[in-house]
Design a binder for this molecule. Structure first.
Ligand SMILES: *Cc1c(COP(=O)(O)O)cnc(C)c1O
Length: 413
């Protein structure tokens, strides 16, 4: 059974200060998970998780992870600026972008971030911005094409995805970068998203380890790290299994020991987003209307502007009715938001306990790619974000948007 982050009593108490809807995160959950990841990869002395900022771009969350030894992974100007504002700079930042505007590379260079190039054409583009002085370490993003068979709905098959370079391009890029004075390299690939199999990372790792070893032989390139990127999934459905991070760590270690038999011992980096935060956030919303036409609808005060995944990819998010955790699931509802878009449905034909107006619903696993994907369609405002701290207190970590925020970019002539 999936456990909501807060109880009905906590929701009622929070309601005195903060109206629904809001996203709430559990600090204890986030920290324990970060510790497990670190432990699973502790065999690699320079292991580092660079949290994918886009999943949950919140300074409090980022600082919690930074305290646990995590760096950050950015892919845009404002994400870089956000890191700088949080005091995170230098090699603690990976900058893994694509179709990158010049000003973004300029800031990444200024902050000393480790840059992952998405394409071979970006070598000259970056060298130009850097005034000919490229950083000592450069990372390259690889696209395996059809060599890697685990694709999925979010990313598609690697050969259909826009990211990364082909194998011949990786080789050419390494040779060219060495000629330009680059000393050390990273190798990166992100080939599947939300993958629940313990085999995803080990399979990807083996592919990248072998490629690095082969490229080292061919070009003499020295690899400082292999970046396994994001992609470890989380159990959105109650029947799904949480990937076993210790098993994943062991299998990656096995592949590492098989491939790296020479003196080259690269560090391992990861750029997990969903795995780091997904299960540790809930979207709390209240039932405000019922409607019976051809189906039974429960209308709630959150909408797809607060959580886009169900509307965007039909994603399943489990729902618990606070205070009715053990009630029989004897009713069937479509749980819907208020957007003038018929895909604004958090759940379709979902078995739930009998709902009443004012019931609090916890929509699970919204800690990553939840608030972050929010938008203002229909003039809907982004919600607040709250943190349940380790000592059980509720802390506001982002205020809700106001109509003034919404109007602030408009020009009223
Ligand atoms: C989105 C993203 C991640 C994180 O992906 P998850 O599926 O959340 O783990 C990591 N690296 C890059 C480059 C990304 O774009």
């Amino acid at each position: 059974m999936k456990k909501p982050i807060i109880t009905l009593e906590q929701a009622q108490s929070i309601a005195k200060q903060y109206p629904t809807p809001y996203h709430i995160y559990t600090q204890a959950g986030i920290e324990a998970n970060a510790d497990r990841l670190k432990e699973a990869f502790s065999w690699n002395k320079s292991f580092k998780e660079h949290f994918a900022v886009k999943a949950t771009p919140n300074p409090t969350i980022m600082k919690i992870l930074a305290k646990k030894g995590c760096g950050m992974d950015c892919s845009s100007l404002t994400e870089l600026m956000l890191c700088e504002k949080c005091g995170i700079t230098g090699d603690d930042i990976m900058f893994t972008s694509n179709e990158t505007p010049a000003e973004e590379y300029a800031l990444a260079l200024k902050l000393g971030a480790t840059i992952t190039l998405d394409d071979i054409s970006h070598i000259d583009f970056l060298a130009n911005i850097a005034g000919g002085h490229l950083p000592e370490t450069i990372s390259l993003r690889f696209n395996s094409g059809a060599d890697f068979k685990i694709g999925n709905q979010i990313m598609g098959q690697p050969q259909d995805s826009k990211y990364g370079m082909t194998r011949p391009q990786i080789e050419e890029a390494l040779t060219k970068l060495m000629a330009l004075g680059v000393k050390r390299f990273g190798l990166h690939a992100f080939l599947a998203s939300n993958n629940l199999s313990n085999g995803y990372y080990p399979t990807l790792a083996k592919l990248l380890f072998k490629l690095a070893a082969e490229m080292n032989k061919k070009t003499g390139a020295d690899f400082a790290f292999i970046n396994l990127s994001g992609g470890i999934g989380i159990p959105y459905r109650p029947e799904d299994q949480m990937p076993d991070i210790y098993e994943i760590g062991r299998e990656v270690q096995q592949a590492y020991n098989e491939v790296f038999t020479s003196s080259m011992k690269p560090g391992i980096r990861t750029e997990l987003g969903r795995f780091m935060l997904g299960p540790y956030g809930n979207l709390i919303t209240k039932v405000v209307h019922f409607k019976h036409i051809y189906k039974e609808y429960a209308g709630v005060d959150a909408c797809a502007a607060n959580l886009m995944r169900p509307a965007m990819y039909g994603a399943y998010h489990h729902i618990t009715v606070l205070g009715k955790e053990n009630a029989p699931l004897s009713y069937t509802y479509d749980v819907v938001g208020s957007l003038c878009e018929n895909n604004d449905k958090f759940a379709i034909d979902r078995k739930l306990p009998k709902l009443e107006i004012g019931d609090y619903l916890a929509i699970h696993d919204t800690g990553a790619h939840g608030y972050a994907m929010g938008y203002n369609y229909n003039g809907r405002l982004r919600s607040a974000e709250l943190l349940l701290t380790k000592d059980g207190k509720i802390k506001l970590i982002r205020r809700a948007e106001t109509p003034e925020d919404y109007f602030s970019t408009m020009i009223f002539d």
